[in-house]
Design a protein around this ligand. Structure first.
Ligand code: FAD
Ligand code: SF4
Length: 258
């Protein structure tokens, strides 16, 4: 389709979903093209006994192993870090481990404080309201009061420490190290239509319970109700530019390969 739009977003993952939602109230014509499809939690590995095996097959974090139609191979031979991702509505958040630590104020000033890389052009305090907004939209569970970071108020109580967490906590106490239960986007209470975590199994190959926040179940339903258009199975081939060298549009393949 060649209809012009006001805003074109490529990819319906973490950032694509948040940007679509944040612009929705402008009522501009916003279109998102996503190469993968909508997720069906009824088919997630955690609904079956073979969930561990499927994490090495169609729900591997590596696109090279999954090799689904929405994946394309990524050559990581020359990289010490192997590629992990997920291609579909929700993007990487379908497969992430829901660990949601916030940046520290010092992370924005690493050149000044540590002499490495660069300072950010914004500081923590400028971003704090947006961290809060994202925490609410994704649904963060955590424990307020950590003296090591600026104050914040996670909307849900923290996950239980469990046996391994308790053991690690005791070990860090013995070493005199500061520790605190980490923020996660796993719902510990029913939250915005999501059911709370029932420890179905390992969360990485997607959460069938809907407890782990992925943007297909957090940002996208709200953005679409507000009028954002999301076209799935549409793979962008190239970004076109105008006479000023500015991005002006894309060429993409639709679900029929057109
Ligand atoms: C196994 C795993 C565990 C992780 N654990 C954590 C964690 O615990 N905590 C944390 O904060 N982060 C974690 N991450 C990282 C986190 O998921 C990513 O940083 C985040 O999703 C990146 O957001 P993004 O919007 O940049 O890209 P993505 O979320 O990857 O979204 C990109 C989207 O664009 C689509 N796309 C790509 N190319 C095209 C194209 N040509 N045309 C159309 N669509 C296209 C893709 O299909 C995808 O849906 C994890 C990731 C993985 C894979
Ligand atoms: S129900 Fe809880 S333990 Fe199971 S996959 Fe979802 S978030 Fe993870």
């Amino acid at each position: 389709m060649n209809d012009p739009v006001d805003v074109l977003i490529i990819g319906a993952g973490a950032s694509g979903a948040a940007v679509a939602w944040s612009l929705a109230e402008t009522k501009m014509h916003i279109l998102c093209l996503e190469q993968g499809g909508w997720m069906n939690p009824a088919t997630y590995p955690s609904t079956g006994r073979d969930w561990e095996a499927r994490a090495f097959g169609d729900y591997s974090p590596s696109p090279n192993i999954r090799a689904q139609p929405e994946d394309y191979p990524v050559n990581d031979d020359n990289s010490p870090i192997k590629v992990v991702n997920f291609n579909g509505v929700g993007g990487g958040t379908v497969m992430y481990t829901a660990h949601f630590p916030r940046l520290h104020p010092s992370d924005f000033r690493v050149r000044t404080l540590d002499g490495v890389a660069d300072d950010w052009p914004v500081d923590y305090d400028t971003l704090a309201p947006f961290f809060e907004e994202n925490d609410r939209m994704m649904g963060v569970s955590g424990l307020a009061g950590d003296p090591g970071v600026p104050p914040r108020s996670p909307p849900m109580p923290p996950l239980a420490l469990g046996r391994s967490g308790t053991m690690l906590g005791k070990a860090m106490n013995r070493l005199g190290w500061h520790w605190w239960p980490s923020d996660t986007t796993v719902a510990t209470a029913d939250y915005e239509g999501r059911a709370r975590c029932i420890n179905l199994g390992h969360c990485t190959p997607a959460c069938a319970q809907g407890s782990k926040a992925s943007t297909d179940i957090t940002y996208w339903p709200v953005a679409r109700r507000a009028g954002v258009e999301l076209r799935t199975h549409c793979r962008v081939r190239e970004i076109t530019t105008n006479e000023h060298g500015m991005a002006a549009g894309v060429v993409y393949y639709d679900a029929d390969g057109v």
